[in-house]
Every structure is written in C-alpha cells, then in structure tokens.
Design a protein around this ligand. Sequence first.
Ligand code: GFB
Length: 318
Amino acid sequence: MTAPIVYPLAGKRVYVAGHRGMVGSALVRRLQREPCDIVTVERGQVDLRHQAAVGDWLNATRPQAVFVAAATVGGILANDTRPAEFLYDNLVIETNLIEAARRAGVEKLLFLGSSCIYPRLAPQPMPEDALLSGPLEPTNQWYAIAKIAGLKLCAAYRAQYGCDFISAQPTNLYGPGDKFDLAASHVVPALIAKMHHAKVTGAPSVEIWGTGTPRREFLHVDDLADALVFLMQRYSEDSHINVGSGEEVSIAELARAVGEAVGFRGAFHYAADKPDGAPRKLVDRARLEALGWRASISLREGLDDAYRWYRAAADRAA
Ligand code: GFB
C-alpha cells in the first residue's frame, strides 16, 4: 500500500537548491513531471554560503517547498584531503538555507544527507536508529558531521518551531551529471572514466583503489529524485529516512560490471596505498518500502545510462 499524499506539490513554487549538481539536476528533471513551478538560482547570483544573500533570495522568491540538494561533495579522497571545505561549506549552506526557509515561511523542506552519517561499523543493513551509536568512518567524518548537523537541524526546527522539515539519507549515488574528475569523484564515475580512457588508448590495465573488498550499495540518481519527490509529498516525520536500492556489490564486482558497460576487457590493478573507507554501507530500506517506494533502475541498466551520459558529455566538450 502506498502512503497517502499529505503535501501535494500541485500548484506550489518549489525551490531546488543545488540544481547544477547531479542530484539537483535530477530533481529538476523529475519535478518537470509535476504540476508545480520550479525555481532555481545560479551560484554567481546567490552564494549559498552567504547568509544575507540566502535570506534575501528566499524572501524575494517565497517558495512554498524547498529541496536542499546543494552541498560540497566528493569521493573518498576528496573527503579525506579537503576536510575543512567539506565541514565548513556543508554546515554553512544547510544552516543558511534551513534558517532562511523558516523565516520566509517555507511550508515544507527536504534536506539531503548521506549514508556516511552512520557509524563505520554499524549493523548492516543500517537502520535509521543506528545514528550516533558508534564512531564514524575517519575518511568522511567531516562530511558526516555536517550532514548529521543538517538532519538534527530539521528535527530541531520541527520540535521548536513546528516547521515541516524532513531529511533523507541516500546511499552511494551515480548517474548523469556526475563528477568525473578523478581527484574528486566517487567510485562509479572514476571507474567509468578510467576504463573508457584505457579502452580508447589500448592500456592493458586500470588502477582500482584499495583492496576491492569494501561493499557498497548504489542508487541511480533518477531513482533518488523520484524517492525525494515521493517523500516530499508523503512523509512528515521527525526521524530522517534512508533511501537505498538494495543493490550491494563489492568494489571488485563493481569494477567488473563497469568493465562490461564500458567494453573494457583489460586487467585490474589494486592500489593498496589508497583508502578502502568503510567496509560496508547498506541502508535499511524497511521504513521507505513500508511507505510504498522502491528503486526501479538496476545497477547494470544504470551503469549503461551513466556511460552513455559520460560519452555524450565528452563529445559535447570536444
Ligand atoms: O565512492 P567512494 O569514493 O566513496 O569510494 P565512499 C568507494 C570505494 O571505492 C572505496 C574504492 O573503497 C574506494 O577505495 N575505489 C576504487 C575508488 N577505485 C576508486 C577510484 O578510482 N575512485 C574512488 N573515488 N574510489 C563516500 C564519502 O565514501 O560515500 C562521501 O566519501 C559520501 O562523502 C559517499 O558520503 C556516499 O563510499 O567510500
């Protein structure tokens, strides 16, 4: 059974913060199928790290619903080597948007977190109440602390001001609009870019960071956007809620799947000097599935789609 719509988006002005990013652009694509009015603003016009600019923009625009998809994001190496940016940018962006949304009388806000909020050795699959039950994974603790603060802000604003602010915690994401720069990217775009490069140059092998044994759950960003629109309309609880696909693979298995999608038939060389990160990250989807939502894009289909997008973007750049 599907949970009823408690907050219809029909006729609403909906602000997507972070619309140039992978998640924000997927949200805009998904919202174009709803009878709502989508508003966005460019970074050059409003820097979300500047409190007054954010307040002025929201007061002038008066959206009724807000998706907070704006964030400084990156893969394991970017997180580990740029801790100040990951902590500061994310804290200040979410704080500015959430406080300005309250002041501007926003009716509903959805804040986007990450499965790295859970302890490094959380029980698997990770239920929502595993939050703050143990130490964080060191490679992404800075980002995790900022995301924990964001979800707690939503709960605090609900408790003190009665704001209908919710938060969703997605598992590892990939898809169109991803970052393919190897110093900043997550594993899926990194492997697509490396294997494509090896295929066209005839290189015999590609480097895979770490041991290949960590396990990750991957969700296509279009599935995530669909889940976020679903939650915006049908979820209004105090607790954050997980969004996952249930498709969990080891990094070695992922490398083979990306190899098939790209058509790379060479060898993999594992670089043990690079971090593995958390041994496993699979979110518990029971709460979301009880509301009636499930992912629909398989990892194999999703990788084909991501690779098509990567080639089209490379053609456009050339
Ligand atoms: O996707 P990823 O960077 O992030 O790495 P996390 C996942 C796994 O893939 C790690 C391995 O074990 C990496 O060592 N890996 C193998 C690679 N080859 C590569 C490569 O070429 N590039 C990358 N990036 N990884 C992130 C957090 O952790 O999880 C983010 O850092 C966010 O902040 C995200 O929370 C959900 O899954 O380890």
